[in-house]
Design a protein around this ligand. Structure first.
Ligand SMILES: Cc1cc2nc3c(=O)[nH]c(=O)nc-3n(C[C@H](O)[C@H](O)[C@H](O)COP(=O)(O)OP(=O)(O)OC[C@H]3O[C@@H](n4cnc5c(N)ncnc54)[C@H](O)[C@@H]3O)c2cc1C
Length: 363
């Protein structure tokens, strides 16, 4: 029996690969499907080949996801726009709500034979590590629990707890085919069309540093008002937006410090649980899917050696894109630096193309 903790994109992709290879797999998911999650809901094109590898290359199409082929990015401070540029993406992505996406991934996993247990929160994998690796006959453990605190070291990291994410779906904002990023001091809000439960809406999702969250009065309502006051581009969208009731979600207390692809010496870690992809790159879901598929391959091919092999495989596959994404995020959340970067990106198609490719896998 292989146990997977966490039923987001990373855990479900890993479980699906293992089940397709004939292995018995149980996924423990703390929440339920469907549900709204904090995410910009831009599905990067490098998710395409990974979805194909688990037998659902038609998923975005089936979910009615709009394609997103360009970006508009602005930087503002104190109600004044400092810089703005736009560019076409090298390859389009899709706008898919997590409400639809996670549910569809879970359904597909179940169809391939995975046992997905909802409302099943499982504690830290320490017991697995200490018992020599096989409590209850578990032959491998994959940790895919996302961005939350994973270990005591995590909790002590200087960056831990410094970040907040907030999202809401809105109606009446018309930005077909574009993902917009509106940056202010210590925060950015992304906006793009998504398919959700049979409807096209616009997802508005913000990543916020704690000092900006304090400035906003520590409430989602205060946050959107702060964005509207500080960013004219955001204000123009927000003025006509009608929030979709029940679509709000928020998370607090996570950080971007290094976490590691192995825990307790015996468990394989995938997706955000291994390393948090900078949200501003819009590539976290694709990276989570890719790491889940890659880790499952290592479990199937390497047996006893899997944990050791995975540690170096993860670094080789993801280190560079994580580093570039992290740097980009630091720049975009500092208005003066963001303004310079936005002008450079606007002036050179090569710079935007390089950044887009350097923060994701191939397609
Ligand atoms: C503000 C923000 C904006 C973002 N925008 C984008 C974007 O536009 N595009 C993009 O691709 N990515 C984006 N991301 C990143 C993306 O959301 C993540 O990279 C992706 O969700 C990681 O997938 P995962 O499976 O590793 O983790 P998750 O999706 O977080 O899934 C982890 C799962 O584990 C479950 N779980 C946790 N603990 C336990 C436990 N103890 N037992 C059982 N289950 C447990 C949780 O309930 C959850 O379902 C954004 C992130 C943030 C914060």
């Amino acid at each position: 029996m292989i146990v997977v903790l966490g039923g987001g994109p990373a855990g479900l992709a890993a479980a699906t690969v293992l089940a397709r290879a004939g292995r018995a797999v149980t996924v423990h998911e703390a929440g339920t499907y469907p549900r709204h999650r904090v995410c910009g809901e831009f599905l990067s094109p490098d998710a395409g080949p990974v979805l194909a590898s688990i037998g659902i290359d038609d998923l975005p199409e089936r979910l009615g996801a709009p394609t997103i082929s360009s970006v508009r990015v602005t930087s503002s401070r104190g109600g004044r726009r400092l810089a703005e540029s736009g560019f076409k993406l090298d390859a389009p992505g899709w706008g898919v709500s997590r409400f639809d996406f996670d549910r569809a991934l879970a359904e597909h996993a179940r169809r391939t034979g995975v046992e997905v247990r909802e409302r099943s929160r499982v504690g830290a994998p320490a017991g697995f590590a200490e018992s020599g690796g096989s409590p209850g006959g578990t032959e491998a453990l994959i940790v895919a629990t996302g961005r939350g605190v994973r270990t005591a070291d995590d909790a002590r990291a200087t960056d831990a707890g410094n970040w907040v994410g907030v999202k809401v779906h809105v109606r009446d904002v018309a930005i077909p085919g574009v993902t917009e990023l509106h940056c202010i001091d210590g925060a950015y809000a992304g906006m793009n069309e998504v398919s959700c439960d049979g409807e096209r809406v616009v997802n508005v999702c913000a990543l916020v540093r704690m000092h900006a969250w304090d400035r906003a009065g520590r409430t989602p309502g205060g946050l959107w008002r702060m964005f509207a006051a500080e960013s004219p581009a955001f204000a123009a969208r927000w003025a006509v937006a009608r929030p979709v009731e029940g679509s709000e979600a928020a998370v607090a207390g996570f950080g971007f410090h290094a976490r590691g692809a192995v825990t307790g010496g015996r468990a394989i870690v995938v997706g955000d649980a291994a390393a948090l992809t900078a949200p501003v790159s819009g590539a976290g879901q694709a990276a989570a899917l890719a790491s889940g598929v890659a880790a499952a391959g290592v479990v199937l091919d390497e047996g006893e050696r899997a944990v050791r092999v995975w540690e170096s495989r993860f670094r080789a596959q993801f280190h560079r894109r994580l580093a570039v994404g992290g740097l980009l995020q630091r720049v975009m959340l500092t208005p003066s630096a963001a303004s310079i970067a936005i002008r450079m990106i606007g002036a050179s198609g090569r710079a935007s193309s390089w950044l887009y490719r350097a923060t994701r896998g191939g397609w």
